[in-house]
Structure formats: structure tokens, C-alpha cells
Design a protein around this ligand. Structure first.
Ligand code: SF4
Length: 368
């Protein structure tokens, strides 16, 4: 496995819309970060043999990994001997939040080997940040970006949310103008989704507004030198998120930490770790497995996965995948509706347009 994911489950506070496994500070007081460090070290020792000698990508996600001190990360991952597995070409990303970024710590993460930062900005209006349950202020964002670049990071991604209640194109424009004053190389723009029981869910904009905003972000980003290479992702040339590309291209990866997923492409085997820090730690203290479930993908799942992965990328799919008349007819309809287009440089492929990206769920359902 040439890609490694490590899940750090601590956050300063739980955001109202978050469905990742993470514990806000009120909960982390009950847990012991040292206990997590030891448990992670145990799991790393159990699974080090699954990793390739040379790693293509590493991703520290969560949660908020930047809340874990670099020394603690170093100790926990000692059994993986990462310094011997990384090459000058390894992409090593760490997620960070504006409120937990300090210049000195950023320098230490760099000396650990991290060479790419993915920062959760989400919005640039104080009232939106408050409504979303984010702990950082609007003013913290430029300060955090300054610290990241001052520490020497050159590959920096930011996350922004689209579809926030009451958000306008002007809000998006203002946010993108502030963010691109910095030499960011990548932007992820996700549509805010909320479970029905969340009181804010009634305030979400309608589908037409969501579509307009997504298309507006596409226009703005592509006219500012970014390629729209995946449904929600934009990159400067040569700066696509390689770790995520490995997921989307169906390559193997090893996930460590509570709730982490892993995939063994050779055996079509997927598994997931337990989503409970307490149980994760307790099981590892007894040297037991932390796997919650595993599944071998069947033919139908592989077929769905193949379409889902291909349609989300701007490389699209080869036209010889259209095996049935129904699929060919549907693609023709989608082309007439401006949702699918010929690949601009490869006549053997077709792909989703920006509008198609925004409506990708229904297209995948129709073609898979
Ligand atoms: S900071 Fe990220 S991981 Fe943590 S609660 Fe908020 S959205 Fe979830």
C-alpha cells in the first residue's frame, strides 16, 4: 500500500454540520491524548508490514490533526519508520484549522515531513462561522495562512462551504478574493449538507440556488488559473490532491486511527476501524483487532464504484464502457442537456461538464 491515512480524532469543538468521527474539547477532557498516542503506536506496529517501502502519499486527517503536537505524532508513528519510506516526491498532507495554527508548531510539522496543508476555512463571514459552530473568527484566517506560508509550506489547500443558509454570490466572491490573495494551490468547495433533524436544514438554499452558486464558483476559479478536476476540487496545474486522487483512481490505502477506512485493491477488500476512541484504545491495549467491519466488493459494487470514481474526475470515462443501448441513449440525452461532453484532448473519452459535476449523483445512478 503506497498511501497512508491517519485519523486524529480531536477537535476544539464539534461543528454543527460535522459527521466525521471527532470529539470536541468537552469530550476530549474525558479521554486521554496519551492513551490515544499509545494505541495508535500499537496499531501502527500491527500494520506496518502492509505499507510499501516507498510511500506515494500520507494524509493526516480528522478531527483536527494540528491539535496533536508533532512530537506526539512522531512517537505514535515510530513503528512505521516513515523517514525511511518517504521520498522527495511523497505528498504529505496535514489538515489544520485556523484556530490551531501557530508558526513554531507549523515549522515543526514541516521538519516532521509534512509538505502540504489543508486548511478548513469554510466561510469568511463571522455570522456564518458562528452558525456552523466553527471556533475560528474571520480574522484568524489570514493570520493562519500567513503563518503557514511563513513556515515554508508551498502547497496549501483551503476548504470552503457552498450552500450555507443566506450565502450570496457576493459572499463567495469576497471569500475567494481574500483566500487567493495568498498563493494557495488548491481549493475544495463542498456543498453544505445537513441531516433533517438539524434546525438549520430548513434554511438550506433550494437546489437551483445551490446549482447557480456551484457554477459561479467554477467560473471564478477557472478564470483565476485553477483546473476544476473533480466534482468539488480545484487545483493549480500540477497541484491536484494526489492522496485523494489515489482514492478516486481505486488504488490501495491503509487507514490508521478510530473510524479510518482501508482498501486493498488487489483483493477488492475494504475495511473500517471502530468509531470510538475509548473502544479503539481498549482493544489495542489487549492487542486485539480494531476492525469494525470488512467487505469484499462484489461485481455489482465494483461496477458502481467504477462509474462513481470515473465520473467524479475531469478525465471522465472511456466510451467503450457504454455497453448497453440504454447507457448510450442516456449519455446522448445528458450530452444534449449540457451535462456530459467529449473530452477535449482524448477522443476516446467523455466526461461531466461543470453543470454535470453539480448534478453528478443522478448521472451516476443513470449510468452505473
Ligand atoms: S473541525 Fe472539522 S472534523 Fe472537527 S468538528 Fe469541525 S468539521 Fe468536524
Amino acid at each position: 500500500m503506497q498511501s497512508l491515512y491517519v485519523h486524529f480524532p480531536f477537535c476544539e469543538s464539534k461543528c454543527h454540520y460535522c459527521d466525521f468521527y471527532s470529539l470536541g474539547r468537552e469530550k476530549t477532557r474525558e479521554t486521554d491524548p496519551q492513551r490515544f498516542e499509545l494505541a495508535l503506536k500499537k496499531e501502527a506496529g500491527q500494520k506496518a508490514h502492509l505499507l510499501s517501502d516507498q510511500l506515494d502519499t500520507i494524509f493526516f486527517g480528522g478531527g483536527t490533526p494540528s491539535m496533536t503536537p508533532p512530537d506526539s505524532m512522531r512517537r505514535a508513528l515510530e513503528p512505521l519508520e516513515l523517514s525511511q519510506r518517504i521520498t522527495p516526491n511523497t505528498e504529505w498532507t496535514m489538515e489544520a484549522n485556523p484556530s490551531s495554527i501557530e508558526l513554531e508548531a507549523m515549522r515543526e510539522y514541516r521538519s516532521l515531513g509534512v509538505n502540504r496543508i489543508s486548511m478548513g476555512v469554510q466561510a469568511m463571514r463571522s455570522d456564518f462561522l458562528k452558525a456552523l459552530g466553527r471556533v475560528h473568527s474571520r480574522e484568524a484566517v489570514p493570520k493562519a495562512l500567513e503563518a503557514v506560508f511563513q513556515a515554508g509550506f508551498e502547497n496549501v489547500s483551503v476548504d470552503l462551504l457552498c450552500g450555507v443558509p443566506e450565502q450570496t454570490e457576493n459572499d463567495l466572491k469576497e471569500a475567494l478574493e481574500i483566500l487567493t490573495q495568498f498563493p494557495i494551490t488548491h481549493l475544495s468547495c463542498y456543498l453544505l449538507t445537513l441531516p433533517k433533524q438539524n434546525p438549520m436544514s430548513k434554511l438550506l438554499p433550494d437546489e437551483e440556488t445551490q446549482l447557480q452558486h456551484l457554477l459561479w464558483v467554477h467560473e471564478w476559479m477557472t478564470s483565476h488559473g485553477f483546473d476544476h478536476y473533480e466534482i468539488s476540487n480545484f487545483a493549480k496545474p500540477g497541484k491536484k490532491a494526489r492522496h485523494n486522487l489515489n482514492y478516486w483512481q481505486g488504488h490501495s490505502y491503509l487507514g490508521l486511527g478510530p473510524s479510518a477506512h482501508s482498501y486493498d485493491a488487489r483483493n477488492s477488500l475494504r475495511w473500517k476501524n471502530i468509531s470510538s476512541l475509548h473502544r479503539y484504545s481498549a482493544l489495542l491495549e489487549k492487542n486485539e483487532s480494531v476492525m469494525e467491519n470488512e467487505e469484499v466488493l462484489g461485481d455489482a459494487e465494483k461496477q458502481l464504484e467504477k462509474w462513481m470514481l470515473a465520473l467524479r474526475l475531469d478525465t471522465g470515462f472511456p466510451t467503450n464502457w457504454l455497453e448497453t443501448q440504454l447507457q448510450q441513449k442516456r449519455v446522448e440525452i445528458f450530452e444534449n442537456e449540457g451535462l456530459i461532453e467529449k473530452h477535449p484532448t482524448d477522443p476516446t473519452r467523455k466526461r461531466l461538464t461543470a453543470r454535470g459535476f453539480a448534478l453528478s449523483d443522478q448521472i451516476i445512478r443513470a449510468l452505473a
